[in-house]
Design a protein around this ligand. Structure first.
Ligand code: PLP
Length: 358
């Protein structure tokens, strides 16, 4: 395109998972929560008076940030910034800390948006391979960069690096570390306390997964106030619309409701993992609301993905190194998982029941 910036010629653009609009689809491809958000969220949305929507929203989402500060044990809203989805906050991190030509570091495989955002900014992106169990390696820890995106737990592997190892890495890293905790509510522990102690760490969360609010687009970053001040300079003036601020606040105030949904998803995850293992998949221990099912036999993972799609069951397939033999499957409701397992059994074994595990 003759009018585009020259840099764009080398950028593919991020490709989100499919969002089929037809009904009757079992959607296990974009890690949405299968359960609805707190009923208080819907009450808050209904009560947005038309008189209010005439005006601009609070540009700095103060009530929401205060509620998150209280929940996460921080002194006040100056430790937090809200984003239009965590994706906006990830982009802000690049805009705030990276000059064109600087290096951005991530493990590989991981969330591909990090690479895209860096490329769009003219930065050099370095993805350092995780080991065969999807853990961090010495080579990763020794790589120098201006900014590091470190998702914990990681996507699409579902695996979390040990907290102590992440802390050691952050202390040694000469740059800013974004710990992406998009899935942390499904995990055993968190690094949310790190920003209190470490001035180079930003912890990010999203309302898209555990809080069932992917459609509202809301994320939060926690860091020392000096970092938040820089972020504030770079964000859009009214980045969080009024409805999203109200929904996020209501969801945060009904935290136990979210924890109830998370408990259900963790139980279903355990059952799904056991069943997939019985079918012959290798499934690394997931600390997220999805599992990475590894399968290096016939029919190929890609063929299974396509056969499931024909039955209106959507999972995620990545045609990328180290992921060609994998399906990433979101943990759905119990009945969605039953339907998936029935279909998989039929596709793989052509029989109504899988052979008993050895
Ligand atoms: C690792 C990771 N980080 C961030 C995000 C983005 O979250 P949001 O919906 O808040 O933009 C996702 C979404 O799938 C994700 O997988």
């Amino acid at each position: 395109m003759k009018y585009g910036r020259s840099i764009l010629a080398g950028v593919e653009g991020y490709v989100p998972g499919e969002q089929p609009r037809s009904s009757g689809v079992i959607k296990l491809n974009t890690n949405e929560n299968p359960y609805p958000p707190s009923p208080h969220v819907l009450d808050a949305l209904w009560s947005l008076a038309s008189e209010n929507v005439r005006k601009y929203p609070d540009p700095v989402s103060r009530l929401l940030r205060q509620a998150c500060a209280d929940r996460y044990g921080y002194p006040g809203p100056e430790w937090l910034i809200a984003g239009n989805g965590m994706d906006e906050l990830l982009a802000l991190a690049v805009r705030t800390f990276v000059d064109p030509g600087d290096t951005v570091l991530s493990p590989y495989p991981t969330y591909t948006l990090y690479d895209t955002l860096s490329a769009l900014h003219g930065a050099r992106f370095v993805g350092v391979d995780l080991d065969e169990t999807f853990q961090l390696t010495p080579a990763f820890c020794e790589t120098k960069a201006k900014l590091c995106f470190l998702p914990r737990p990681n996507a699409p592997t579902g695996v979390a690096a040990p907290r102590a190892e992440v802390e050691r890495f952050c202390r040694a890293f000469d740059g800013v570390v974004v710990i992406d905790e998009a899935y942390v509510e499904f995990a055993d522990d968190t690094c949310m306390d790190f920003p209190r102690l470490l001035d180079n760490v930003i912890v990010m969360r999203t309302f898209s997964k555990s809080f069932s609010l992917a459609g509202m687009r809301l994320g939060i970053a926690v860091a020392q106030p000096a970092i938040i001040e820089e972020f504030m300079k770079c964000k859009d003036s009214y980045n969080i619309n009024m409805a999203t601020q109200a929904a996020g606040l209501a969801a945060m105030q009904d935290y136990d409701y979210m924890l109830g949904n998370v408990a259900k998803i963790r139980a279903t995850r355990a059952r799904l993992t056991r069943a997939l293992t019985d079918y012959g998949f290798d499934v690394p221990r997931s600390q997220t609301n999805f599992v990475l099912a590894q399968w290096n036999r016939e029919p190929s993972a890609k063929a299974i993905f396509e056969a499931l799609k024909e039955q209106s069951i959507f999972v995620r397939y990545f045609a990328a190194r180290r992921l060609e033999d994998c399906l990433r499957i979101t943990v759905g409701t119990e009945s969605e998982v039953d339907a998936l397992l029935d279909a998989l059994r039929e596709i793989i074994y052509g029989v109504e029941r899988a052979p008993a595990a050895e």
